[in-house]
Structures are given as C-alpha cells and as structure tokens.
Design a protein. Sequence first.
Length: 161
Amino acid sequence: MKKLALSIVLAGMSAASFADGGYGPAGCGLGSEVIFKDADAWYEHVLAATTNGTSGNQTFGMTSGTLGCEGANGPLAGSVAVFINENLEPLAVDVANGEGETLNALASLMGVSAEDKALFNTEMKQNFDQIFASAEATPATAYEGIIGVMTNNQDLTKYLG
C-alpha cells in the first residue's frame, strides 16, 4: 500500500525536472539554450520554461541530445528518457505491482528480450524503494534508479549499452 500511495503522489511531478542540463528551473531547450541563454531573473526562467514546454523543443532536445540536453539521458538515448518523463505516474504504479502495460513498454523500449522480461519486472518491483526513493522522485531520479537496478543484475546489464 505504501508503494501504491507513493506512486500516486508522483503524479504532480514536473516533466521539466528530467531535462535540467544546468539551466535551473527551466530545464534544457530552445528557451534556455538560445533565447534566454543568460537568464538570471525569475521572469526570464519562466519565459524560458514556457518556450521550452509550449513549442515541444525540450522533448526534441532530450530525444536528439541537442539544445543543451546532451547527457540528460545517460547510455540509453532519448526515447527511454522521454518515455519515463511522460509516464512517471503509471510507471510507478506498474513497478509497485511488478507488472503492467507501462512497465512492459519500458522493458521493450530498453530492448529487454522476452525471456528476460519476467526478471526485469521482478527486479523493478523488488527495488521500488530504490527507483522511487521518495514522494519527490523525479523522472531523472527514477531513471537513475532503474539504471542502478539493472547495473546490479548480471542478466540485465547487457541492455544498458
């Protein structure tokens, strides 16, 4: 029950928190990288975040590794980061249960073979507290937790690079 409650709290988390390439609250993207590059006032950060979010360029930057989003995704490029960013709440629920559509989609996106999916699901469930360490978990911390769990399992490390 604790895991389910924690996963529900994650619903309100900001998508931009995954893409903070040193740009502060606005995250990476066209607004932070080009238009408001030297932002230091609060309203400039708001305008940069608005530009990043409304034009869809932040998601593009995370997927392509451009617009200051380089390195935001680790060894698994773009699509995994974007998926976690857009599906954090249902992913947390599925990880807590050790099964579900979102968890299966993540496994497929990461290239986990059919014979290793049960192991992947079990490892995610057993390590829920590492992946979603607190109610303040972000897409970035969840991603790091997932990578950490996979790194610690010999059978799953092959999917990391």
